[in-house]
Ligand binder design. Structure first.
Ligand code: NAD
Ligand code: UGA
Length: 360
């Protein structure tokens, strides 16, 4: 083992985790231990001299997780169920993984005096004031600020909120451990990161992934592009490379500026409605990737309940205020919406065409 600081990345096999792990290894300033139940997205890195990968379920009830925490300098926790369809179909699994199991990690950090960087979500902000008042959110921009904005969630019967609620509760417990035990934590609230290695195409793997994968599936397999409730909701997309730049700055924690702080990471300039996203994706696909014979997907509208099941309620608009990351960390994202879409699309198209070529 080297003398470099040792980072434990929990959930390293996921979309953000795999991109972060790759960057940490390329930077060469850490030894990385990557933990996940799934190592497929880490394939390019496994075997790297500064990487140890354990295929490990954090729900295991033995002392392995505590030992891992004890033996590392910095803990990064990304483990979660993060696809909205699961909040509707498996609310208790979402709660137990995203809160109960993550809480065990936090408690090990308290016991062993380790700094933890915890991934939360922009969903903790919930709905906007406009949304709650039944007004058009386009007419009432409401940027979310880490230390000022209220966190507005819908009724309990709309169990979509169990994810946001579990994440919010974990944030509050981290804060309380900071106050009472001196726990050193930093919370990251990502705003819709996308890029290579996000999710999967639903025609190739069972499940209901996030929206970009559904729309990609439509472009590659000709399934309809389904606009949930008319695609009126807004999202602001951030390129995973920009996101990883921000995450690495938070891990570095220059001068302790991230101690016991919450950071939004997002790109307010890259805001679009979901309908707008569908149209930009079609235009970019047609301009850069379309081949003769590729399908022209139909755009249809579907209700939230028909698409996700009972208990769905949407976040109407989420605009990140990134003043804190800009001023304390000098972080700014560089990719505009078209380049985020283009880069993510390229990843899907190349993977799909390589697969199709192999099969033919
Ligand atoms: P992801 O689903 O790709 O990654 C989560 C990883 O956790 C997966 O690789 C999964 O295999 C792993 N995991 C699940 N259960 C496990 C267990 N029991 N033991 C070990 N590993 C387990 O999701 P992501 O998009 O990379 O998100 C990472 C984190 O960031 C999550 O906490 C998510 O809530 C948060 N987040 C992500 C976004 C985003 O824009 N992608 C936005 C908001 C919040
Ligand atoms: C996601 C997930 O909750 C988490 O990954 C994370 O916490 C957070 O947002 C984030 O990435 O910042 P959401 O943005 O609602 O939530 O997830 P998507 O499935 O990508 O949905 C975005 C919007 O597209 C929603 O309005 C949804 O109703 C809509 N949608 C989804 C469609 O119109 N069509 C589809 O085929 C799928």
């Amino acid at each position: 083992m080297s003398d470099l600081p040792k980072v434990l990345v929990l959930g390293a096999g996921g979309f953000i985790g795999a991109n972060l792990t790759e960057r940490l290894l390329a930077d060469g300033r850490h030894d990385v231990t990557a933990i996940d139940v799934d190592g497929e997205k880490l394939e390019g890195q496994i075997g790297h001299a500064r990487l140890t990968f354990h295929r490990h379920d954090i729900r295991r009830r033995d002392d392995s997780l505590e030992t891992l925490v004890r033996d590392h300098d910095l803990i990064v926790d990304l483990v979660a169920m993060a696809n909205p369809s699961l909040y509707l179909t498996n609310p208790l699994d979402v709660f137990h993984l995203n809160f109960t199991e993550n809480l065990r990690i936090v408690e090990h950090c308290v016991k062993h005096h380790k700094r933890i960087v915890q991934f939360s979500t922009c969903e903790v902000y919930g709905r906007t004031v406009a949304g709650v008042l039944g007004k058009d959110p386009a007419e009432m921009p409401f940027p979310f600020r880490e230390d000022e904005s209220p966190l507005i969630m819908g009724p309990v019967k709309n169990h979509r909120w169990i994810y946001a609620c579990a994440k919010q509760l974990l944030e509050r417990v981290l804060h309380a451990h900071g106050l009472e035990d001196g726990l050193n934590y930093t919370i990251i609230r990502p705003f819709n990161f996308i890029g290579p290695r996000i999710d999967y195409l639903p025609s190739e793997k069972a499940g209901n992934p996030r929206v970009f994968s559904h729309f990609m599936n439509a472009l590659l397999y000709g399934t309809p592009m389904q606009l949930v409730d008319g695609g009126r909701s807004y999202r602001a997309y951030t390129h995973i490379d920009d996101a990883v730049d921000g995450i690495v700055r938070i891990l570095d924690n220059p001068g302790g500026v991230c101690d016991r702080e919450i950071f939004n990471l997002g790109t307010p300039e890259n805001e679009t409605t979901i309908r707008g996203l569908a149209h930009r994706m079609i235009a970019i696909f047609d301009e850069h990737f379309r081949r003769p014979g590729d399908p022209h997907p139909e755009i249809i509208e579907v209700s939230g309940e028909a698409f996700y099941g009972k208990g769905y309620e949407d976040c109407d608009r989420r605009i990140p205020d990134v003043t804190k990351a800009r001023t304390l960390l000098g972080w700014e994202s560089r990719h505009d919406l078209d380049s985020v879409i283009h880069h993510t699309m390229k990843y899907f198209v190349e993977a799909h065409r390589a697969k199709t070529a192999k099969g033919s």
